[in-house]
Design a protein around this ligand. Structure first.
Ligand code: FDA
Length: 393
């Protein structure tokens, strides 16, 4: 039997929950359909279980996409402070880990609970474990055929997220629906993702697996300072996740493994003051010992500082301060935190996320071509875009 609703939302993730509670608080009858069994699964696993739920500086310059300024309206309409106020209302304790990066002091579950309670108060109905089979628009309304029945809605909100982490339910449904309705879609790629290395670089990295250190990563498009981690497949850690969103196949990245120290000057000083020290032990004053050792071995410098030419010291310094490498690829959607690309913002109204050509059809959250840097920007985009759509449906 066809059930009639004001608002159908596909996707019970961050943006879908925000949109649902907002629309329901405005008196709309809302049903949320999701093929998973649990709501807000990504929220639960985010931030290592503590959910980095926002960044206090959220503004377009921290977002990527063909038109990052598109997100300005929604970010102003529902600000990080507004989400903080919602959490405060429920007594959820928060923690600012690094400047602007807000986490739950206890558990990311609390965020899901807050959103679910807001939805419950508005009478939102959840239809979990439901496969979407077909979506049509007939006589101005949307009909969604599913494995559990058929629903009709005056508005359809697509909140199906990106392609990352398919093992917890990510699919490309949002992009397929956009295409079905003639809405343009920007090609997608994994972002905030570890980078992989070729066999030669992996050989160098092998003894370094597990080492983490502060580093700078630079590409043609961006530059970040944060932690770097050597892994079995290549490079990870926040600095690599950040640069991965800007990196493209075949491009070099430049890594500075000691961003606070000009290694050439430091080695020259050491050569004057400690001429009998081996280059490797001098280097291990500023780098983890295993890394210092791997660098001198790779260059083939087993000598004492006094016996090492300035040219060779320059070579060692460059390997630390200007390590240029070309990643072979990324670890892909399996481990990417987000998806770049998505529904083209040219086809959406920034004030409410509605499609310009299809009245009543909305796309929100990660399905849209707006992707944040690491640090809480992606969830803030989910809250803000979900909110403005919820105000409009
Ligand atoms: P989201 O992915 O939350 O929800 C989409 C929903 O749609 C899911 O419930 C899914 O089951 C459903 N769905 C998909 N396909 C469907 C289909 N075919 N039929 C029915 N339902 C379907 N961001 C941040 O700001 N701070 C952080 O700390 C983190 N940490 C983090 C860790 C990890 C491991 C990941 C993978 C990601 C993050 N993120 C993050 C990113 C953040 O979680 C993400 O950007 C938001 O959850 C996106 O919200 P959406 O509502 O758009 O999609």
């Amino acid at each position: 039997m066809l059930q009639k609703w004001d608002v159908l939302i596909i996707g019970a993730g961050a943006s879908g929950l925000m949109c649902a509670q907002r629309a329901a608080k405005r008196g709309r009858r809302v049903v949320v359909v999701d093929h998973g069994q649990e709501v807000g699964k990504k929220i639960r696993i985010s931030g290592g279980g503590r959910c980095n739920f926002t960044h206090l500086q959220a503004q377009p310059k921290y977002y990527l996409g063909n038109d990052p300024l598109f997100c300005r309206f929604a970010l102003r309409a529902f600000r990080p402070e507004d989400f903080m106020a919602l959490l405060k209302k429920y007594g959820v304790h928060t923690q600012e880990k690094s400047p602007g990066q807000m986490f739950c002091a206890q558990s990311s579950r609390q965020i899901v609970d807050v959103l679910l309670e807001e939805c419950r108060q508005g009478g939102v109905v959840f239809q979990m474990g439901t496969m979407v089979q077909r979506v049509q628009k007939k006589a101005g309304a949307f009909i969604v055929q599913t494995s559990q029945g058929e629903w009709q809605g005056n508005a359809l909100v697509v909140a199906t997220g990106g392609r990352s982490w398919p093992k917890i339910g990510a699919t490309g449904l949002g992009y397929a629906l956009a295409e079905q309705f003639g809405v343009r879609v920007v090609p997608q790629r994994p972002a905030l993702v570890p980078l992989t290395c070729d066999a030669q670089t992996l050989h160098f990295i092998k003894p370094l697996i597990g080492i983490a250190l502060p580093a700078q990563a630079r590409s043609e498009q961006g530059c970040f300072n944060d932690g770097l981690l050597f892994t079995h497949r290549g490079l990870s850690g926040p600095v690599i996740l950040q640069i991965s969103s800007y990196w493209r196949e075949g491009e070099k990245i430049t890594l500075n493994l000691a961003p606070q120290i000009e290694i050439y000057s430091a080695l020259k000083n050491a050569k004057n003051n400690l001429p009998r020290h081996l280059v490797g032990s001098a280097l291990s004053q500023w780098l983890p010992k295993r890394l210092a050792q791997a660098i001198v071995e790779q260059i083939g410098v087993g000598s004492r500082l006094a016996e090492t030419s300035d040219k060779t010291l320059r070579q060692v310094a460059n390997a630390v301060n200007h390590w240029q490498m070309t990643p072979s690829g990324t670890e892909g959607y399996r481990t990417a935190e987000v998806t770049l690309g998505g529904v083209d913002t040219q086809d959406l109204f920034p004030k409410n996320m509605q499609c310009k050509q299809v009245p009543g059809l909305y796309f929100i959250g990660e399905s849209v071509d707006i992707t944040g840097q690491l640090g809480g920007f992606n969830l803030q985009w989910a809250w803000s875009s979900g909110y403005v759509a919820g105000q409009s449906v």
